[in-house]
Write a protein that binds this ligand. Structure first.
Ligand code: AMP
Length: 589
C-alpha cells in the first residue's frame, strides 16, 4: 500500500473529533486493505509499530528527529528548532520544510506503508557507538522520499504521538463494521453520525467476540488478520496460551463498604488491597517450564524480577498456569512494606538487577488464576478460581503468598477487616462477587475497590503550558504550588479533571481566560503565571520529588473545582503537605 493513502486517512481522522465518524473512516479503509498488509495497517492506524504487549519502544528523542529533518530538508538544525518553537509540533515542522524543499526538487521514490513500517521498526535495534547517526540516517531517508503530508505522520509515528485520536474502542468497532458490516447491515448515517445495524443482537454479539479476541491477543492487528483469514471461525479457535499476555481485569471504585456490597452482592469475598504493581505470571508446561512476567500494561518484565521466577518455581505447584497478582516492595532489613514509588524503578531497570532485587525485594500476593493445566478459567466463578490457587500455592511470607481474604455478608465484619488492612499499611480492600467470571480488560464490577480518599489540597496555579493539536489556543497543563510563609513552592502539574467542553464543568477555555491576563513571561510553550487562581486538587498519594521546589509531588492529581472563595493566605501550606505525606507511612507496617 502506498504510504500516501495511509497519510490521507490519518488526515481525515485528525480532522474529525467524532468517534463514530472516525470508526466509519477506518472501517472503510480496512475493507480495502489486503490481507498481507492488514496487521501492519491496523497497528499503524493506532500510531504503533509494536503490539500493546510488546515492550519495545521506538525511543527516539525530539533532538534526533530535528537532526533527521535537517538532514532531509537542508534546513539547519537551528532553523528546525525555531520552527518547532513557533508551531509546537515537529510533525507539522517536517511537513512545512519538506514542502519548501519539494518546490525545488522532485520526489525520488514513492513511499510504501510497508517500507515506513519496516524502517521504523529497525530503529530500536540500533545500539551502541554510531547508533544515533544511523537512526538519523534511517529517518532522514524516509523523509527525503516523503511528500509533505507523509512527512507529518512519519515524524509523529517516530515520536509515538500520532494525534489522530483512535482509541481501542474505535478500532474494535471498525473491525466489526469492516468485516461483519454486511452481515448485520450496518447503516451509517452521515447526517447525525449515528449507526443502526439491522440486527442489533448479532451486532452486539460480534462486537463482544472481537473484544474478547483482543483481550486474549492484546493486538488488533493480529485479530484483524485472523478474521480476514477465517471469518467468524477464528473466534472459536482462539486459545489462551501461557507466554502471550492477556488484558487484566479492572475494578471500579466503590464509595464505601455498603456500596461495595450493593455492587458485588452478599456474601462476597473481601481481600486486602495491596499497594504495589500488577504482575501477571505465566508458566508454560514442558520440561523447562518457562516463566514469564507481565505488567498491567502487558510489558514483559521477566528479566527484571529473577527472585520472583524462583518463588514461582518453588511455591506454585502446577505445571502450567497464568496467575494474577500484586507485587509489593519491602525494606529488606525491617520487613516494612514500601509504597509503590519505592520499587517502581525496578520495572524499567536493565542493569544491576540482582543488586536491585536484594535492595528492593518484592512479595508477590496472588489473588486470581485464569489458566490452569491447559484449562481456560475465564468463565469459572471466582470462588472456584480461588480454591485452585489455595490448592497449588504454598505461601511463604515476604516471598509469595495468597491475598488475605475473608468471605462475609456482614458489614460489621467487613469494616473490621478494612480497618485491619489499613492498619497493616495496605491501600484498602477489594470486594469480589463469588460467582464473578474473569472479564479481561473490563471494569465490569465483579470486583470493586474500597480505599480512603486523601484529604484534598487547595493550591495556586503558578505556571501553565499551551496545548497543541486540538487543544492549541488553550492552556492545558497547570503548574501547582503550595505555600511556605509568603513564598509559593511548586508541587506538581495537573490537566486531568479539566473539561474540553464547557457544558461538562470548568473547561480549559475558562481557565485560559482566567489565567491569560496573569501571564508574567513565556518561554516556548511554557508560561509563568502570577499566583492568583486557586483550585482544589484530589490525588492518590504524596511522594518525595526532587523535580519540584516543595520537595514533594502528587501522584495522579485531579482538578476538582475552582476555589474563588479562598485567599492566597488560605491555600495549603508545606507543613500540611509534610504531615499528610508522613501520615501515609504511619499506616504502613
Ligand atoms: P487501582 O490501581 O486503584 O485501580 O486498583 C486496582 C489494582 O489493585 C489492581 O489492578 C491490582 O494491581 C491491585 N490489587 C491489589 N490487591 C488486589 C487484590 N487483592 N485483588 C485485585 N487487585 C488487587
Amino acid at each position: 500500500m502506498k504510504y500516501s493513502e495511509l497519510a490521507g486517512i490519518y488526515e481525515s481522522l485528525e480532522k474529525t473529533s467524532k468517534r463514530l465518524e472516525k470508526t466509519f473512516i477506518i472501517s472503510k479503509f480496512l475493507k480495502k486493505t489486503k490481507e498481507d498488509d492488514i496487521d501492519k495497517i491496523v497497528l499503524m492506524l493506532q500510531g504503533r509499530l509494536f503490539p500493546l504487549w510488546d515492550e519495545t519502544k521506538i525511543g527516539v528523542s525530539n533532538r534526533l528527529v530535528i537532526k533527521a529533518i535537517s538532514a532531509a530538508t537542508g534546513a539547519s538544525p537551528a532553523k528546525v528548532e525555531d520552527e518547532w518553537k513557533k508551531i509546537g509540533d515537529l510533525g507539522l515542522v517536517a511537513e512545512k520544510l519538506v514542502e519548501k524543499k519539494s518546490q525545488a526538487t522532485l520526489f525520488s521514490r514513492e513511499l510504501t506503508a510497508e517500507k515506513v513500517f519496516d524502517n521504523l521498526r529497525k530503529l530500536p535495534l540500533q545500539e551502541g557507538a554510531g547508533s544515533v547517526d544511523l537512526k538519523v540516517k534511517m529517518i532522514a531517508e524516509l523523509l527525503s522520499s516523503a511528500k509533505p503530508l507523509e512527512a507529518r505522520y512519519v515524524v509523529r509515528t517516530v515520536l509515538e504521538d500520532l494525534r489522530i485520536g483512535v482509541g481501542t474502542g474505535s478500532m474494535r468497532d471498525a473491525l466489526v463494521w469492516a468485516f461483519f458490516g454486511d452481515k448485520v447491515k450496518i447503516n451509517y448515517n452521515h447526517e447525525d453520525k449515528s449507526i443502526n445495524p439491522d440486527n442489533r443482537e448479532e451486532y452486539n454479539r460480534l462486537t463482544e467476540a472481537v473484544q474478547h479476541a483482543f483481550d486474549l491477543k492484546a493486538d488488533y492487528g493480529e485479530v484483524a488478520k485472523m478474521i480476514i483469514r477465517k471469518g467468524e471461525k477464528a473466534f472459536g479457535e482462539l486459545t489462551m496460551e501461557p507466554g502471550s499476555p492477556i488484558n487484566v481485569m479492572l475494578y471500579p471504585k466503590a464509595k464505601d463498604l455498603a456500596d461495595a456490597f450493593e455492587t458485588v452482592g452478599k456474601p462476597c469475598a473481601i481481600e486486602f488491597k495491596y499497594d504495589g504493581f500488577r504482575m501477571q505470571i505465566h508458566k508454560k508446561a514442558g520440561k523447562d517450564g518457562e516463566i514469564k512476567i507481565f505488567t498491567r500494561r502487558l510489558d514483559e518484565v521477566t528479566k527484571q524480577f529473577p527472585e520472583v521466577i524462583e518463588y514461582v518455581k518453588d511455591f506454585v505447584h502446577a505445571k502450567e498456569f497464568i496467575i494474577d497478582s500484586e507485587a509489593v516492595g519491602y525494606e529488606p532489613k525491617t520487613g516494612k512494606y514500601l509504597p509503590f514509588q519505592a520499587i517502581s524503578q525496578r520495572i524499567k531497570r536493565k542493569y544491576d538487577i540482582d543488586k536491585m532485587s536484594r535492595e528492593f525485594p518484592v512479595e508477590v500476593n496472588v489473588f486470581d488464576i485464569i489458566l490452569f493445566e491447559g484449562r481456560n478459567l475465564l468463565n469459572i466463578p471466582f470462588i472456584e478460581r480461588r480454591k485452585i490457587i489455595e490448592k497449588i500455592i504454598k505461601p511463604h511470607p515476604k516471598k509469595l503468598i495468597l491475598a488475605k481474604q475473608i468471605i462475609t455478608d456482614s458489614l460489621k465484619e467487613a469494616e473490621k477487616f478494612y480497618k485491619e488492612a489499613l492498619s497493616m499499611g495496605e491501600e484498602g480492600v477489594m470486594a469480589k462477587n463469588l460467582q464473578g467470571i474473569y472479564k479481561p480488560g473490563s471494569r465490569v464490577g465483579y470486583g470493586v475497590k474500597v480505599k480512603p480518599v486523601m484529604e484534598s489540597l487547595d493550591l495556586v496555579i503558578v505556571g501553565a503550558e499551551w496545548g497543541t493539536g486540538k487543544r492549541s489556543g488553550w492552556l492545558t497543563s497547570f503548574v501547582l504550588a503550595c505555600r511556605k510563609g509568603d513564598k509559593f513552592l511548586e508541587i506538581g502539574k495537573v490537566g486531568t479533571g479539566v473539561k474540553e467542553l464547557e457544558e461538562e464543568g470548568v473547561s480549559f477555555e475558562e481557565l485560559t481566560k482566567l489565567l491569560k491576563p496573569l501571564i508574567i513571561s513565556e518561554e516556548g510553550k511554557v508560561a509563568r503565571i502570577k499566583p492568583k487562581i486557586i483550585i482544589e486538587i484530589n490525588y492518590e498519594e504524596i511522594q518525595k520529588s526532587p523535580s519540584y521546589s516543595s520537595g514533594y509531588a502528587l501522584r495522579f492529581p485531579r482538578f476538582v473545582r475552582l476555589r474563588e472563595d479562598k485567599a492566597l493566605s488560605d491555600i495549603s501550606d508545606l507543613d500540611l503537605v509534610e504531615e499528610l505525606y508522613l501520615q501515609q507511612f504511619d499506616s504502613k507496617k
